[in-house]
Design a protein around this ligand. Structure first.
Ligand code: 13P
Ligand code: SF4
Length: 330
């Protein structure tokens, strides 16, 4: 037996897992027993992606959460994603394998400061990227994801004044794509800000045939190099459809698993960070492990809890996003 440190309801507890157990089999059994579904983001470890019922980007994951008949949702992702599922499904049990799996981007937008900011601009419509806390969603008119941010902004009248939060890089890219001027919150993702334009340029010299693709959370100098920019699902779809055989991928490395599975003959090169760390791995996403996923499903903990007043307000802004997305066939 070995000990696995698992966070339970905010505190660290020891749980013992028999190393002889086949965790894939055990998780499958528990899923059936509890009528549970595992939703996983592309940035999760590959073994978690392999056991998931659905793997997707933030939009796909929230659409799945909104429509599932399962009684238990295990969210293999970060806290704001599991929180979004709980907002949409208050009567379901929503579990997160490690409650400490946060998000630097969500942390860059504290609710009290954001409220003071929006209070200064009462005539603005607030659009918030889904990578934010429930409290920020409760202060928001429409949520968006990287899949639908451009369409959500374009769904508003051209003269509408808009605050866009919390990601300034995504916001700047949306401004460029829509031609709109928006007030941007000064937040960013620690993973997508780490890519080195210089090192990517050198890689391109070594692999001249490679297509550079990037997530819109990257900084402008990196986005300028990219031949295609999109959400994780859009990047994956692009690599499937493209005739190119090599890609330099500027987003978190977890997505490479699905890219390689979908196109085994193609080569995927992770864009290098600006130092020698593995900083293009999201440290929050990677807190979840197969062992923690098994423990959390077995013990039905840690569970996402939510203040009902905040949930009701946050639900409105998420539902507006889902409605607009459905109308646009996204
Ligand atoms: P998408 O899932 O919308 O591609 O966003 C990526 C991300 O950073 C999630 O934390
Ligand atoms: Fe947050 Fe960035 Fe990690 Fe996504 S990759 S969860 S935005 S820190």
């Amino acid at each position: 037996m070995y000990n696995d440190k698992t966070l339970l309801d905010g505190g660290v507890v020891e749980s013992s897992i028999d190393p002889a157990l086949d965790l894939f089999d055990e998780i499958e059994k528990l899923k059936k027993e509890k009528n549970a579904i595992i939703l996983a983001h592309y940035y999760q470890d590959s073994d978690i992606q392999d056991i998931a019922d659905y793997i997707g980007d933030s939009l796909g994951l929230s659409q799945q959460a909104a429509s599932t008949n399962a009684d238990v949702i295990v969210f293999a992702g970060v806290h704001f994603m599991a929180e979004t599922a709980k907002i949409l499904c208050p009567d379901k049990k929503v579990l997160l394998p490690d409650l400490r799996a946060g998000c630097s981007l969500a942390d860059s937008c504290p609710p009290d400061k954001f409220k003071a900011f929006t209070n200064k601009h009462p005539d603005h419509t607030v659009i918030s990227y889904i990578n934010c806390t429930a409290e920020i969603k409760a202060l928001t008119d429409i949520v968006c994801t990287s899949s639908n941010a451009v369409q959500i902004v374009n769904s508003l009248p051209v003269d509408e004044k808009i605050i866009f939060a919390p990601d300034k890089n995504l916001g700047r890219w949306v401004m460029e794509k829509t031609g709109r001027d928006m007030l941007l919150w000064d937040g960013a993702c620690m993973v997508h800000e780490i890519f080195s334009r210089e090192k990517i340029t050198r890689l391109k010299v070594r692999y001249p045939e490679a297509i550079i693709i990037a997530h819109p959370e990257c900084e402008q100098p990196v986005l300028e190099l990219a031949e295609f920019i999109g959400s994780t699902t859009a990047l994956l779809n692009y690599t499937k459809k493209s005739d190119a055989m090599q890609f330099i991928v500027a987003t978190e490395t977890g997505i490479l698993h699905q890219m390689a599975l979908a196109s085994p003959s193609k080569t995927f090169i992770p864009a290098p960070p600006n130092n020698n760390c593995a900083c293009n791995d999201c440290p929050h996403m990677k807190l979840n492990t197969l062992e923690k996923l098994y423990s959390c499903l077995k013990n039905e903990s840690p569970e996402i809890q939510m203040n009902e007043g905040v949930r009701l307000k946050a639900e409105k802004s998420i539902r507006r996003m889902l409605d607009i997305s459905a109308q646009l066939g996204l």
